[in-house]
Design a binder for this molecule. Structure first.
Ligand code: G4P
Ligand code: NA
Ligand code: NA
Length: 194
């Protein structure tokens, strides 16, 4: 997505060999116009897939799931990271290991919002190690719903997430794919199309 790549080049800050800071427009302060365009781009890439719900994980995926679901005319769900007060039998849960924080946490979705009739699109801000996204795919599998694919706003292609998910047969659509990055330069995999 051309506009997204341009914005990353203009406003993104490479903090280290593996961390890209985009919190002036993507995941702290948020550009709503760009966010809506991102939602439209995901809806277009998964056109014809008869998606019934969009699934993401709190917090930074929520506005992208909202924009995508609004465009598709379906609800979205965000998996919670905090232990729910409701009974554990009422939720689908999966463990996620955070490499950045070196801890394992639990993500959960209420059972009543996922069923075997659902066709789910997962959306998130970053595809990095894929840990959180693999957790979401486990939840979908447990519910019996169909996973249509994953839409990632930014993919850091030099990390293992894509490979891990592709091995499991998951279709991935990333709007900006970063081949490599340094404080001087960000290299994208594909020339920006629409
Ligand atoms: P992931 O690939 O499944 O997202 O898992 P990973 O453990 O690699 O990433 C941990 C967290 O760090 C995730 O946020 C992810 O979105 C975020 N992240 C990964 N790489 C980058 C990066 O280069 N820049 C920024 N800004 N964030 C990155 P999270 O734990 O789900 O937290 P939240 O921000 O969504 O609340
Ligand atoms: Na995230
Ligand atoms: Na994040």
């Amino acid at each position: 997505m051309k506009e997204l790549q341009e914005r990353i080049m203009r406003d993104g800050k490479v903090l280290s060999a593996s961390v890209l800071k985009v919190d002036s427009f993507l995941n702290h302060q948020v550009d709503p116009r760009l966010t809506m365009q991102i939602g439209q781009a995901f809806a277009k890439r998964f056109e014809g897939e008869r998606i019934t719900k969009v699934l993401t994980i709190e917090a930074s995926g929520i506005h992208f799931a909202m924009a995508t679901a609004y465009t598709l005319g379906v609800p979205f769900i965000y998996a919670k990271k905090k232990k729910a007060i409701t009974l554990s039998e009422e939720v689908y849960a999966a463990p996620v290991h955070s490499f950045t924080r070196q801890e394992t946490y639990q993500i959960s979705v209420a059972r009543q919002y996922l069923s075997a009739e659902d066709r789910i699109l997962i959306v998130d801000d970053f595809l990095a190690t894929g840990a959180a996204l693999v957790g979401l795919t486990q939840i979908i599998k447990e519910s019996g719903a169909q996973l249509v694919g994953i839409g990632a706003v930014i993919e850091k292609s030099f990390q293992e997430g894509r490979g891990l998910l592709e091995q499991a047969g998951v279709r991935i659509e990333s709007l900006a794919r970063i081949q490599s990055m340094s404080t001087e330069h960000i290299e994208f995999i594909e020339p920006a199309s629409s």
